[in-house]
Design a binder for this molecule. Structure first.
Ligand SMILES: [Fe+2]
Ligand SMILES: [Fe+2]
Length: 262
């Protein structure tokens, strides 16, 4: 009886360890293109792209500037592009759209979500490459627990991604031309939850120290737990986030892998 009880307890322990392992870090984001390199052997260049796995659909967010660099980083990082189902293009700037054709040559069995303001000819070129495209104007759930903020901003229109996770909202931005604080407010409007993590380009390179203090204050008021400022945020401005968030600052760069629970 005593041995049976011990055997039973061991079984419960092994099973619970298995399920907690399965549940932990089951969304995985790999940075494929960024202004800096994180993993050895990867190539840094001005631009942004990341691969999101573990969500209902595998998503490529933005495609960097130069297709050769994107493809080299994909190869070095052994990122499996054949599994991508959806591509989200944040906005119509070359440092986010540059690698799209090269990607579609590898895998055209995808739906490309474009901000509504993209010219029709862009969707036409995607169709010529045998892929589907969908224009996005309002906030929309593109697959289970993954939302687009919809097209935001005035001069440069842009969409960002919002993930609904057990730790809270995860926001992924391209350049944040509509304003990073407004994007975060929109994300909260869509999901009404705490913001666990935001990463990507924040486009703050011309902001003064006083303006940065106000933005950091807004981040805190919004309760942003972790920050991965990169790409076009500006080196000095990235450093201000790094100092302010300490161990909750997430270092970015090509090859960085971020994992979090669903
Ligand atoms: Fe950019
Ligand atoms: Fe941009």
């Amino acid at each position: 009886m005593k041995y049976f009880f011990l055997f039973f307890l061991t079984g419960v322990f092994v099973l619970s360890a298995f399920f907690s392992l399965k549940a932990e870090g089951n969304i995985r984001v790999t940075i494929l293109y960024d202004n800096t390199a994180f993993a050895e052997g990867t190539k840094p260049d001005w631009g942004f792209s990341c691969l999101i796995e573990g969500t209902e659909k595998t998503i490529l967010f933005d495609t960097g500037t130069r297709s050769t660099i994107l493809l080299d980083n994909i190869k070095i990082l052994k990122a499996d592009m054949s599994r991508v189902d959806q591509v989200v293009i944040s906005h119509n700037h070359g440092d986010h759209t540059g690698g799209l054709s090269a990607f579609l040559e590898i895998n055209h069995d995808v739906t490309v979500f474009l901000p509504f303001s993209f010219h029709d000819s862009y969707a036409g070129r995607i169709k010529e490459m045998k892929a589907q495209s969908k224009p996005v104007s309002e906030p929309v759930e593109i697959c289970s627990d993954v939302y687009s903020t919809g097209e935001l901003g005035e001069s440069v229109k842009e969409q960002s991604l919002v993930l609904d996770t057990s730790r809270g909202i995860v926001v992924i931005t391209g350049c944040s031309h509509p304003g990073i604080v407004d994007i975060l407010k929109k994300a909260k409007e869509i999901l009404n939850k705490n913001i666990y993590l935001v990463f990507g380009g924040f486009h703050l390179m011309n902001k003064s120290d006083a303006e940065m203090k106000a933005i950091i204050d807004d981040f805190k008021k919004l309760g942003v737990e972790k920050v991965g400022a990169t790409h076009c945020t500006g080196p000095k401005q990235i450093d201000m986030f790094r100092k302010e968030w300490g161990e909750n600052f997430v270092e970015m760069g090509v090859g960085r892998v971020i994992t979090f629970d669903k």
